[in-house]
Ligand binder design. Structure first.
Ligand code: NAD
Ligand code: AHE
Ligand code: ZN
Length: 375
């Protein structure tokens, strides 16, 4: 198949909010600096639903969604040296070129090399898509488009991983789990003894809890409007549960009273701007730090009284938990193989690829953390 167009199945989002359609898609061969990957397992993240539902200002249609996956390299384009056919890989929605201003800064895991092209749904080299249906181009998504049996990604956006690691599990290391762990370890740098609040107990929030437990937090307060979330959350380290619906007063007030003045660290893992405000305002005066992880819809803005920051609270945010993808995703896979981090526990459902639309429904039901599609 090397150098040839591959026809395979992909789930195409033709329009926002309409069921995905499994189509025969033509996938062009990888060009210079590109890699064609046979995607074997792909999970659904809340962000796919967010873009699918039309709330993402960068959302383009028709497109092939998906960004939490694992597979095997099928072929590589000219000049690609770090991976070769047969390598086990995780496509990464954040690149790591190691040459741009961002990569060299040592201050961020964001990379400047191809971000503009991936935001425009095309490949960096010729600003064209590698996907088409009957000659009509279909946009890429997040530079990954993993809801396809084959996808073309940039070589700077691919992490080569241990071939012994189970792909049906480590696909989760492409987004949600590292995001939560890294928010705690890299963005907040939670210290032993810290009091932590986590808003939203989906995969990202539970991974933040797992990270906080590993960092030695003394209290991990989980906040969710769905009380069913508590039992499971305990197994990820949550020590106390608060449902905002059980209180008349603002949730920040409830947390402040529970913690003698506020928490040391809080994490917003929902994507709701009023919760982001509450997460900041429940932080302790003088030092409390709040990390925004959730992705909010187009047009939404955050606000608070500047006095909250003048009096020492810190507001920050993180993408992919601050991890450098090509360098650190393989390291996270090793940590999983050594049983130092959970991954299996987040896979609550699995479905054949053809039932992808059901996985969207599952994510809304509340029981599901991650549904892994067998491609
Ligand atoms: P999820 O839908 O599985 O989890 C969200 C949780 O929040 C659910 O348990 C839900 O009951 C709870 N919730 C909803 N509204 C609430 C409210 N008002 N108060 C308290 N709890 C509420 O989602 P996920 O896959 O864990 O993703 C969480 C967020 O993180 C999403 O916005 C996603 O887009 C974003 N995300 C960001 C990054 C990043 O790099 N920054 C990476 C992955 C995901
Ligand atoms: N396109 C959206 C922003 C989406 C967003 O914030 N994405 C997160 C990853 S979510 C993964 O589930 C992110 O890391 N962003 C960094 C980046 O470079 O995209 C919008 O609002 O425009
Ligand atoms: Zn995601």
């Amino acid at each position: 198949t090397q150098g040839q167009v591959i026809t395979c199945k992909a789930a195409v989002a033709w329009e926002p909010n309409k069921p995905l359609v499994i189509e025969d898609v033509q996938v062009a061969p990888p060009q210079a600096g590109e890699v064609r990957v046979k995607i074997l397992f792909s999970a659904l993240c809340h962000t796919d639903i967010y873009t699918w539902s039309g709330q993402d200002p960068e959302g383009l249609f028709p497109c092939i969604l998906g960004h939490e996956a694992a597979g095997i390299v099928e072929s590589v384009g000219e000049g690609v040296i770090e991976v070769q056919p047969g390598d086990h890989v995780i496509p990464c929605y954040l690149a790591e070129c190691r040459e741009c201003k961002f990569c060299k800064s040592g201050k961020t895991n964001l990379c400047g090399k191809i971000r503009e092209a991936t935001g425009a749904g095309v490949m960096f080299g010729d600003r064209k898509s590698r996907f088409s249906v009957n000659g009509k181009p279909i946009y890429h998504f997040m530079g990954t488009s993993t809801f396809s049996q084959y996808s073309v990604v940039h070589d700077v956006s691919i992490a080569k991983v241990d071939p012994k690691a189970p792909l049906e599990k480590i696909c989760l290391l492409g987004c949600g789990v590292p995001t939560g762990l890294g928010a705690v370890w890299n963005a907040a740098k939670v210290e032993p003894g810290s009091v932590v609040a986590i808003f939203g107990l989906g995969t990202v929030g539970l991974a933040a809890s797992e990270g906080a437990k590993a960092a030695g937090a003394s209290r991990i307060i989980g906040i969710d409007i769905d009380s069913k979330k508590y039992e499971r959350a305990k197994t990820f380290g949550v020590t106390e549960f608060v449902n905002p619906k059980d209180y008349e007063k603002p949730i920040q007030q409830v947390i402040i009273e529970l913690t003698d003045g506020g928490v040391d660290y809080s994490f917003e893992c929902i994507g709701n701007v009023s919760v982001m405000r509450a997460a900041l305002e429940c932080c302790h005066k003088g030092w409390g730090t709040s990390v925004i992880v959730g992705v909010a819809p187009a047009g939404k803005e955050i606000s608070t009284r500047p006095f909250q920051l003048v009096t020492g609270r810190v507001w920050k945010g993180t993408a992919f938990g601050g991890f450098k993808t090509r360098t650190q995703v393989p390291w996270l896979v090793e940590k999983y193989m050594k049983k130092e981090i959970k991954v299996d526990e987040y896979v609550t459902h699995s479905l054949p690829f053809g039932e992808i639309n059901n996985s969207f429904d599952l994510m809304h039901e509340g029981n599901c953390l991650r549904c892994v599609l067998d491609m």
